[in-house]
Design a protein around this ligand. Structure first.
Ligand code: PGA
Length: 252
């Protein structure tokens, strides 16, 4: 595990964008796993800027998002499809045919989950998966208690997640979602975990330094062979001092 601590959110976003740009330049046909939420907003803003100003191209890339609300049309303003269009896809040269999110309107949820797993496998697996972490330690919508062996599945959201996310879009969100499972996430060749702000400090320390347990889904990431963690100083505040201080680097 590589833990990089950046001074603030802007620097964290820039470092994350540089890692993705590096991946795309090394392998233009990369399969990227993408996340929604407030954390990656700065990353997407920076990627759009790099596309406009530095010629960063997504033309040959494939993307898979972690999750989508179950029951929402892609055009629904609360949907993750809309979020991704608004913050990234509409502003870069990604091929819409190679953009994937679970279908929130699929009549048969189980079949949709199987189709999604199949599509990831057919694309050759995910080269680089971007992740945020929920205040309760969820990754994707894998809430505490999710078995570590899950693949894409229909999940029930916790009251906390429903209330945090409803506040974000200022509208009630569905109580169910389709989410890549923990095993699907762990199969990615590389993972980039992003966290910022003081409200993530406690869960970040527990996830990275505590016991690996289904009660804290992000803790499984300790076992991933190619994990990069990018934190701002506030989110890194509760890591053991030696670790955080030793890992402060300006390599990006
Ligand atoms: P956030 O969400 O980026 O809005 O904090 C992260 C998550 O819930 O995974």
């Amino acid at each position: 595990m590589d833990i990089l601590v950046k001074e603030d959110y802007e620097r964290l976003s820039l470092a994350a964008a540089r890692l993705i740009a590096q991946q795309l330049r090394r392998k233009p046909e990369s399969v990227l796993g993408l996340a929604t939420g407030t954390t990656p907003l700065g990353l997407y803003r920076e990627l759009v800027r790099m596309h406009r100003e530095e010629g960063l191209s997504f033309a040959r890339a494939t993307t898979f998002n972690l999750d989508e609300y179950y029951g929402l049309a892609p055009s629904d303003p609360r949907s993750y499809r809309r979020f991704m269009e608004e913050h990234l896809f509409a502003h870069v040269d990604v091929d819409p045919a190679r953009v994937h999110l679970p279908d929130g309107l699929a009549p048969d949820g189980e079949a949709e989950c199987a189709r999604y797993e199949q599509a990831i496998a057919q694309a050759g697996g995910i080269d680089l998966q971007v992740l945020g972490i929920g205040r309760n330690g969820h990754i994707g919508f894998n809430e505490p208690g999710t078995s570590l062996g899950t693949t894409t599945q229909v999940v029930d959201l916790t009251d906390e997640t429903v209330s945090v996310n409803s506040r974000l879009v200022q509208a009630e969100i569905p109580r169910r979602a389709i989410s890549m499972g923990i095993k699907s996430i762990m199969r990615s060749h590389a993972i980039l975990l992003l966290a910022c702000g003081p409200e993530k400090a406690e869960i970040v320390a527990k996830a990275l330094e505590g016991r690996v347990t289904p009660d804290l889904p992000a803790s499984i990431l300790q076992l991933h062979p190619n994990l990069t963690v990018l934190l701002d100083r506030e989110a890194a505040a509760f890591l053991s001092p030696g670790e955080a201080a030793a890992e402060v680097r300006e390599v990006l």
